[in-house]
Design a protein around this ligand. Sequence first.
Ligand code: UD1
Length: 428
Amino acid sequence: MEKLVIHGGNRLTGEVEISGAKNAAVAIIPATLLAQDVCRIENIPNISDVVTMVRILSNMGAVVRYLNKHTIEIDTRPVNSYIVPHEMTKKLRASYYLIGALLGRYNRAKVSLPGGCNFGVRPIDLHIKGFELLGATANVENAMIVASADHLTGASVYMDKVSVGATINVMLAAVKARGLTIIENAAKEPHIVDLANFLNAMGADVRGAGTDVIKIRGVTHLHGCEYSIIPDQIEAGTYMVAAAATKGDVLVKNVIPKHLESISAKLVECGAQVIEYDDAVRVRCDGPLKRCNLKTMPHPGFPTDMQPQMSVILAIANGTSLVSEGVWDNRFRYVDQLIRMGANVQVDGTIAVFQGVEELTGAPVRADDLRAGAAMIIAGLVARGTTEIEDIIYIDRGYEDYVEKLRDLGADIYRKEFRDDHNQPAAG
Ligand code: UD1
């Protein structure tokens, strides 16, 4: 197994290139099941979640060709099954997008319940409700979601709670349904807009993505297309936070600054300087880090997937900060690891109080999930001494070449082989 070793204390300086968005890629790849021709997708991030999703499609019979590290062609015409067993879905939360895509293609789907990051109960009731409103029956049987319909019919789907996954799944199922589907209280994340643009490039009629109301007029035929995935908002945000936390000066390139506004605003509040360019942001910090309060919310609020990383700044900022998690019930597990590094944090349900400390000190810690792992890296970069992070398989799921990118910025970080003697199953 591998762990990360970080010798903290180096300022990050220089330039970093952001990869394509993980959460867009894991929706767009299954969406190719709806096309009756080849799709060429550029700016695909080279991360294990994408490799897993591509492998699932290949196992289903799709012909997948890598043209280079970041461009793939997918031909789903040879796929002839609507069943996706557990061995394929267990590693990937987003495998539930196969339900919407297969329903859209075959009017039926049988997909094993997904795996993925573990931060509290992750229900799928809203997905199921959406499918039912489109005319399908959908049940959980033997840990598989089984959905089927004679045909899908457009409907009005009100989301009781803003859900990225349910919005995407209903979009996938509705693009070929008969008539008009209206999703109200839809999620507005950048990857929702990216998926809509991809579907429209295939000939779909999806309007309003990025607002609360998405209107989808069903079409009978979707063709192949060429498409380039947007840059990853969370990867960009993670490097921005790392730059500020280490009192560095980093140009974060290949980004859409509009997607980063909530993150930039918080960094400025914490004393960093953020300069926006057309497709880059520069983050630098040379003064003291200041406290702030943080509340995570669906887009355009502060992203929950940036909460652990930003909290590392609050752990070493002057004063007391309040972090309120507004999306997930259980997203403070990483705090135990930060406390091992000297942070002073108290958690009560979905609220954490950070009392800033002078410094963090290196320690053996683990990555509880993908973004918790990113937070551990940032903590290791600012800590005095050596930090060793285990369970980095989670980090590999969502950050392309992060060791290389961080080293280019001046970090002292490397992977090290080790024998896992605890014999403990990994969490998540
Ligand atoms: C996606 C992201 C994840 C991010 C999250 C919120 C992907 C692959 N993952 O996850 O990184 O943290 O958005 O931005 O894009 N809920 C229900 N019923 C449902 C579905 C969700 O109650 O049927 C609740 C969840 O428990 C949670 C909230 O809605 O409290 C938001 O979840 P959702 O937006 O669906 O997250 P995911 O799509 O799973």
